[in-house]
Write a protein that binds this ligand. Structure first.
Ligand code: SF4
Ligand code: SF4
Length: 465
């Protein structure tokens, strides 16, 4: 049981938007057929784009690496057999053009499995070589599938100070509409737990806490039953509240440990991984399969058959929406991810990336265009911020160009959850201002001459699980 004192950390903060999960949460997931073409972006992780390992005209098979990281990153694999028709800049959800390998499907069924020979004894995760698990996570192209996109092999490398003592498996899935983690826990719990055991082994920790919100009773029942025989594993059921699953919030809620400003849970001995990442590691360990596909929640009033779908990485989002029965009514807005933190796009040509947990399509009727009004100083944005920030003050500073002052007031601790913008009665575009302020800070940091001490606060990227 969680103590009331610990729950108090998040009580009253965050928001409770309509969940909109019921339609997809109870439906078994479906696997979509492989598309005619895949668009494999070489930037699907936190870091720099991969270097292509194939050229136009090459034939590739399923599981073959088409891009290798040249710095921080993870390799990209082809989810189909076919011919490379182009390696060229292509639109990316970030709005930039990013090098992309485009492959035309030839219907072949050859598969190149991962090499697992370096894992040692594979009979159980607890017997595997920890360095081998990290190597497999890298070679499988794993990144944080909850949207964090940080390369998994790095998050599985334990620090020496402080040594990690707890692994949190994040199954909260607090964003409205999204149910892909929920379905994964219900349909493939053995993969989730196999991966979690390997993560624990790689990190050298004993204890694993699986956190699930109370709106997923079937997953709670199944996982609690399955971990009874797993020493060191426990389950924490948390009240549904957004952004319960943000890793800093989750760390504080479950342990009472406060992640320092601009820090990571690893700074307080905690490592947080998403259940989807654990399942992908489980699949690589048990089936030698790199990250070739992912489960995506497709919903919104513009689709006839909302549900969860297994989709090949690189499939154009328009193709996924059509398979889910895109209505003929004009689509007003498509969001990649959830409605709170996802990215809105007008292009149906963008590909599914490793971190894409949802595709939400809305018609003109459902989308309401509300005009932004002046701030009425109601203070609601301060009340809900899970980081204890003053969003209205931060946005005023950013608007005035005073980003260094905004950083001093905690700008870099903002996790961009959108709770402040959601609650704002004046519909102020608070998150846009906050992102703009961070971008300006990064720009100023980049302009500092090499070797000169920076005058701007430096912060590591926020990493969600
Ligand atoms: S200021 Fe940042 S962390 Fe706080 S509610 Fe707004 S978006 Fe979330
Ligand atoms: S919630 Fe909106 S109106 Fe209220 S103080 Fe914050 S920015 Fe101003």
């Amino acid at each position: 049981m969680l103590s009331l004192a610990i729950l108090e950390h998040f009580r009253g903060r965050g928001v409770r938007p309509p969940e909109e999960k019921r339609i997809t949460a109870g439906k078994p997931s479906r696997r979509l057929p492989a598309p005619d073409k895949v668009y494999l972006s070489l930037l699907q992780h936190a870091g720099t784009p991969c270097t292509p390992t194939v050229r136009k005209g090459d034939r590739v098979i399923r599981g073959q690496v088409v891009g290798e990281p040249s710095g921080l990153g993870a390799p990209v694999h082809s989810p189909i057999c076919g011919r490379v028709v182009a390696v060229e800049p292509y639109p990316h959800p970030s709005g930039q053009l990013v090098p992309t390998v485009i492959i035309e499907n030839d219907g072949g069924d050859s598969f190149l499995p991962l090499d697992r020979s370096y894992l040692g004894d594979t009979s159980m995760p607890e017997a595997m070589d920890p360095a081998g698990i990290r190597r497999l996570a890298l070679e499988a192209g794993l990144v944080g599938l909850g949207g964090g996109l940080f390369p998994t092999h790095i998050k599985l490398t334990p620090r020496s100070d402080p040594r990690p003592d707890l692994l949190i498996l994040n199954g909260c899935e607090c964003e409205p509409y999204l149910t892909c983690d929920h379905r994964l826990m219900v349909e493939e719990p053995h993969l989730v737990l196999w991966g979690a055991r390997a993560m624990r082994r790689a990190l050298g920790v004993n204890n694993v806490v699986i956190a699930i919100e109370d709106n997923k009773p079937d997953a709670i029942e199944l996982i609690s039953h399955m971990i009874r025989e797993l020493p060191g594993f426990s389950l924490r059921v948390l009240p549904s509240r957004y952004p319960q699953g943000a890793e800093r919030t989750l760390t504080r809620t479950l342990t009472g440990r406060q992640v320092p400003s601009c820090g990571l849970p690893a700074d307080v001995g905690v490592v947080v991984h998403n259940v989807g990442t654990a399942a992908a590691l489980g699949r690589a360990l048990l089936h030698s399969e790199p990250l070739l596909e992912r489960i995506v929640t497709v919903a919104g009033d513009a689709v006839r058959e909302p549900g969860n779908f297994w989709v090949a990485i690189g499939t154009p989002i328009g193709e996924v929406l059509r398979q889910a029965g895109l209505k003929e009514a004009p689509v007003r807005k498509v969001i990649m991810g959830g409605p709170m933190m996802g990215l809105a796009t007008s292009s149906l040509e963008l590909p599914i990336l490793k971190g894409c947990s949802g595709l939400l399509a809305f018609t003109a009727e459902q989308e309401t265009l509300a005009e932004s009004l002046p701030c009425v100083r109601c203070g609601r944005c301060l009340e809900v911020c899970p980081q204890g920030l003053a969003p209205v003050r931060l946005t005023q500073l950013v608007a005035a160009g005073m980003v260094t002052e905004a950083a001093t007031n905690g700008l870099l601790d903002c996790v961009e959850c959108g709770a402040c913008a959601y609650i704002c009665p004046s519909r102020r575009p608070l998150v846009q201002y906050l992102r703009q302020g961070k971008a300006e800070l990064r720009r100023r940091q980049a302009q500092q001459p090499a070797g000169q001490p920076t005058k701007q606060p430096v912060c590591r990227d926020q990493v969600s699980a």
